[in-house]
Write a protein that binds this ligand. Structure first.
Ligand code: ADP
Length: 412
């Protein structure tokens, strides 16, 4: 069966068509600037690539264009949309309602809507993507796969915040965690790769990209993760500050600065402070130059002190989470690095594991040169350290296939 994987944002729609017979990627693409001047589609099928610039007023038009290019005589890979067995959608926030992926029906759509306050930027866009595909592919089953679902196994001691309990009971204020599809994929894949079973294993996953999160996975189940109610909590990220004293919000609101560092002269709102914390902080905010780890590395290599500090803060933060999760799980057997930084930045990986001999972690510098699936720890390291490239699309496609063929999701 061919499965279409869709990730809809507020002005974008990413897609990938996968032939599940062999799990082969047939085509992928991105519709950008939906509803904004300059909208376009970028599409590739193997070596063949094309770009179409035209007006794309809404998500339905974007979905139409995606189907059109997938059936294109030159760049397409299918003759008819009937070949698409089902569509799997990435949905950011499933709240407490979803512990696994589901076939989309009216109740599921309502539950996604109910999570709008928890994922105000993403969930409405994700639902738009679902509704657009429903319209242009009438009768094709749609499946929703949630970024939060894998983390729903966390115990209350890990997901509760220490604010009055009624906020959790009445308003569902708690840790949810994100990147769950990636954490789930990597935690399963590393066991297959190492030829071990998840049962009895304590695994720490470091998903390090523009957004970054760590998770602690014991016996195959997530027991803790670094992101929270929103993706702002946890590690220092590309443009997000990660965890800090909540009182910082009040302090900045009362004493805001202009871009040039001089006082703004009047207070700003909590929402405005959160915009600073989400969009102007992290590697960007500390370096003052870039949110991209490659740029930070280049700047640091040239002696830029702020870039060096940003690097050190990120590495120190990852170390602290690894230490915390090892303590929480009573030890650690496997540490996995994944996503853009985790898969590609050997220097950062080495610096994270450096000094972790007390935990049983030691890197082999030669093995660490990899960008592919590999063990990178030394032969005498008690903890197995791995690079496992993430593949959220395949996880979404597998869940989609399982739900439409067997009615339930397999646990891998
Ligand atoms: P997103 O969270 O948007 O999916 P990615 O997983 O693509 O992000 O990660 C983006 C980060 O990964 C950037 O900071 C970038 O510097 C880093 N990165 C991506 N590719 C490479 C590479 N080839 N070498 C070093 N760093 C990389």
């Amino acid at each position: 069966m061919k499965i279409l994987v869709v990730n809809a944002g507020s002005s974008s729609l990413k897609y990938q068509l996968i032939d599940m017979d062999g799990e082969i990627e047939l085509a992928k693409g991105l519709v950008e600037r939906i509803g904004i001047a300059g909208s376009r589609l970028k599409h590739s099928a193997g070596e063949k690539k094309t770009e179409i610039s035209q007006e794309i007023p809404d998500h339905e038009a974007a979905a139409q264009l995606m189907l059109q290019i997938l059936q294109d005589p030159e760049f397409g890979v299918i003759k008819s949309t009937d070949e698409i067995g089902a569509v799997g959608h990435r949905v950011l926030h499933g709240g407490n309602a979803f512990t696994a992926s589901v076939i989309v029906n009216d109740a599921a759509k309502q539950a996604i809507r109910d999570c709008f306050p928890l994922g105000p930027l993403h969930n409405p866009a994700n639902l738009m993507g679902i509704e657009a595909c429903e319209k242009v592919m009438k009768g094709t089953p749609q499946v929703a796969v949630f970024d939060t679902a894998f983390h729903q196994t966390m115990p209350p001691k890990a997901y509760m915040y220490g604010v009055p309990k009624m906020y959790e009971e009445k308003l569902h204020v708690r840790r949810y965690g994100f990147h769950g599809t990636s954490h789930r994929y990597v935690s399963r894949r590393v066991c297959d790769f190492l030829g071990i079973k998840p049962e009895g294993k304590r695994i720490i996953i470091a998903h390090l990209g523009n957004g970054s999160s760590l998770s602690a996975v014991k016996d195959g189940k997530c027991v803790d993760t670094s992101m929270g109610l929103t993706p702002l909590e946890g590690l220092l990220m590309g443009t997000r500050c990660g965890s800090c004293d909540p009182a910082v919000v009040q302090f900045i609101a009362n004493n805001p600065l202009k871009e040039d560092g001089t006082p703004l002269g009047h207070p700003i709102s909590v929402d405005e402070v959160l915009t600073i914390m989400n969009k102007k902080s992290g590697l960007l905010g500390i370096s003052g130059k870039s949110s991209d780890c490659r740029d930070i590395d280049d700047l640091a290599a040239k002696g830029d002190e702020n870039a060096k500090l940003a690097q050190e803060m990120l590495i120190y933060g990852i170390k602290k989470y690894i230490g915390a999760y090892a303590a929480a799980m009573g030890g650690v057997d496997v540490i996995c690095f994944t996503a853009g930084i985790g898969e590609n930045n050997a220097d950062l990986r080495a610096r994270v594991i450096d000094g972790m001999e007390f935990l049983g972690g030691k890197i082999d510098p030669e093995k660490n040169k990899t960008r592919k699936e590999a063990v990178i720890s030394a032969d005498d390291s008690k903890v197995t350290v791995c690079v496992i490239p993430t593949n959220e699309e395949i996880m979404i496609a597998r869940d989609t296939l399982d739900l439409v063929t067997t009615g339930k999701v397999r646990d891998n």
